[in-house]
Design a protein around this ligand. Structure first.
Ligand code: SF4
Length: 249
């Protein structure tokens, strides 16, 4: 591979992605750590897929920076999972917080902004902090899988992220949901107990609801609102998910 991966050359990035198409998640992660060194990061929302990647990184002691966007509105179960993963694998998952606390946001923009202007709330509490983080790196790892959404169907193991201007590494891109859960159970990986209680996709507490049998996994996110994505995932040259999704079935 060449250094041109750090430039927005779609052809070079596409070639790299094709070369890694049949590699395992561990092989893709090893390639990424060799290629990008300390300029590589992983943003996780502790979805089932994110837990798989943390397990692979942790068990193989891969030198990967890991962070999570702590909106201040996480479920207690998610915060607890964060600690359990750190303890289990002996690693640190950095906390990245928005500029304003939830209270400061309420004082400046009114209470429960998420109920009135969810896009604005997500922009302040998720997108802006993520952009600031990614500007410090050359590549980031995501937990997206092709079968998750139509937007992700064309995702590659490595691709150029036009939205954020760095390379994007997607080690689980070929995996099915069944493979994700088989890995979690086989390796006894900690995961969010909410997945077993009807919450296949877990985001912020005010914007996540229970999903009924037969509903799509993401139905519980911003239920009753046209909004379906945080804004981290706009499909500009490939969709990007900071993985929250997960359910066994
Ligand atoms: S998911 Fe809801 S609470 Fe969280 S940042 Fe977005 S709008 Fe705000």
């Amino acid at each position: 591979m060449t250094d041109t991966l750090t430039s927005p050359d779609p052809r070079t990035v596409a070639e790299t992605g094709r070369a890694l198409e049949t590699d395992s998640p561990l092989e893709i992660l090893r390639w990424a750590t060799d290629r990008y060194g300390p300029r590589l990061t992983f943003a996780t929302g502790f979805g089932a897929e994110g837990c798989v990647l943390i397990d692979v990184i942790g068990r193989h002691c891969l030198p990967v920076d890991i962070f999570t966007l702590d909106t201040g509105l996480l479920f207690p179960e998610t915060s607890d999972l964060w600690k359990r993963l750190e303890t289990r694998y002996g690693l640190t998952i950095r906390r990245v917080a928005p500029e304003l606390s939830v209270e400061q946001q309420a004082a400046a923009h009114g209470p429960e902004l998420w109920a009135r202007q969810p896009d604005r709330c997500c922009d302040m509490r998720k997108v802006t902090p993520l952009v600031a983080q990614l500007s410090q790196f050359d590549a980031w790892i995501t937990a997206i899988r092709r079968e998750q959404t139509d937007h992700r169907a064309d995702a590659q193991p490595v691709e150029w992220d036009k939205k954020f201007g760095l390379a994007k590494v997607n080690p689980l891109v070929r995996w099915t949901k069944k493979e994700v859960w088989a890995h979690l159970l086989e390796h006894d990986v900690p995961y969010n107990p909410l997945h077993d209680r009807g919450y296949p996709s877990v985001g912020c507490l005010p914007c996540t609801s229970h999903v009924n049998a037969g509903e799509d996994d993401r139905t519980g996110r911003w239920r009753g609102n046209a909004k379906t994505e945080c804004g981290l995932h706009a499909n500009v040259g490939g969709a990007t998910e900071v993985g929250h999704a997960g359910t066994r079935s």
